[in-house]
Design a protein around this ligand. Structure first.
Ligand SMILES: *Cc1c(COP(=O)(O)O)cnc(C)c1O
Length: 357
């Protein structure tokens, strides 16, 4: 019989909650996890918080064969006043549903799942680290579990949420990164799955990232898959440039992931009266702006780093050093404002944060 009420099974052997300043990202997980099942006809059922442990799947489970899966990434922050805050979590669950739609995965009830997440974090609150820059990373994801090799959407799924305390993204201060423009591989194309947070988009980027890393770069700048001209994203972050006083970011075109950090930055810039446009921008235009001395700042944006300044861009043997390899004024202001709101240091005038009691 399936249940629709949340069940909580507490772990008998709780791990030490050692919150080192610099735990490697995504290696340590908390004591509990959330699971809920889906079956066509029944809907989502058996929501439960259980001890963190391996799960058993049929070797023919569809996730292993056709990659029908989606995920999200968000964080819980501990403020100076010890409150635990989430940043726009409703946007993450809405986006999970958009990703699911693209992968033919059934949608979740955002409000119900928000409630489950709140209870999970509340149970695990001692795991939320407090040092500056640290947080509890939240990874909700859905996998297809029906056994079968027929190429078709699964009839059964699992939604799971696991939690990982994470150290500061920038230990020892924000340092601009070196990026190479990828001219061979493509991350995503219009009509494909680029706007969905789905596994295949990330594994298909590994080869380009390995190549870039061998040449001393932190990540790659992705161009559009059709003309190999227009800038899309940087690694798994959205990208912004400051050109001649104006902030420019590639417009959402179906292959770019709609970042919540990106969305928040655009809203803040508009409020501050700093000109910001979403439009197509080619690598030639960027290079030209650099030559003319107009490329003032470049930065990636996403939940992991919030703002990651780009200090050096390499394109076909050309080396562009941006803002003297230092974080720019607008980048810094955005970083301070968003992290300030996330940790409750700056008053949240937008209703972006949700407190976990
Ligand atoms: C998650 C992600 C982002 C950033 O999204 P946020 O909501 O700001 O964390 C950008 N690009 C890609 C490809 C992503 O997967």
């Amino acid at each position: 019989m399936c249940k629709y009420e949340l069940e909580i099974v507490k772990s008998m052997n709780m791990k030490d909650k050692i919150q080192k300043d610099q735990v490697p990202f995504g290696k340590t997980f908390t004591d509990h996890m959330f699971i809920m099942d889906y079956e066509t006809g029944k809907g989502w059922y058996d929501p439960r918080i259980v001890p963190y442990a391996p799960i058993t799947l049929d070797p023919a489970a569809m996730i292993f064969h056709y990659g029908q899966t989606v995920f999200e990434g968000m964080k819980a922050y501990r403020g100076e006043d010890n409150r635990i805050l989430l940043f726009r979590p409703d946007k993450n669950f809405q986006r999970l549903n958009l990703s699911s739609e693209r992968l033919c995965i059934p949608p979740i009830d955002v409000e119900r799942v928000m409630d489950y997440l709140t209870q999970l974090i509340s149970l695990e609150q001692d795991w939320v680290p407090s040092k500056e820059g640290t947080s509890l990373y939240i990874r909700p994801y859905i996998i297809s579990t029906e056994p079968g090799l027929a190429v078709a959407p699964s009839q059964t799924y699992k939604l799971m949420i696991i939690l990982a305390p994470v150290g500061s993204y920038f230990s020892g201060g924000i340092k601009p990164v070196r990026i190479s423009v990828e001219d061979q591989f493509t991350r995503a194309v219009k009509g494909g799955t680029g706007m969905a947070k789905t596994a295949g988009n990330y594994s298909s980027g590994f080869q380009a990232q390995a190549k870039a890393s061998k040449e001393g770069n932190a990540d790659v700048l992705w161009l559009d898959g059709v003309e190999k001209r227009y800038i899309e994203e940087v690694g798994s972050m959205n990208i912004f440039f400051k050109i001649n006083g104006e902030i420019v970011t590639p417009e959402l075109n179906g292959s770019i992931l709609k970042g919540i950090t990106r969305m928040s930055i655009i809203e803040l810039l508009k409020e501050w009266g700093i000109p910001v446009v979403e439009r197509k921008i080619s690598i030639e235009e960027l290079s030209q702006a650099y030559t003319e001395g107009h490329l003032e700042e470049a930065f990636g944006t996403g939940t992991a780093a919030v703002i990651s300044p780009v200090g050096e861009l390499n394109w076909l043997g050309r080396k562009m050093i941006i803002n003297n390899n230092e974080i720019g004024e607008v980048s810094k202001k955005l970083y301070d404002t968003i992290t300030g709101i996330q940790t409750g240091k700056i008053e949240d005038l937008h209703d972006w944060t949700v407190e976990i009691k």
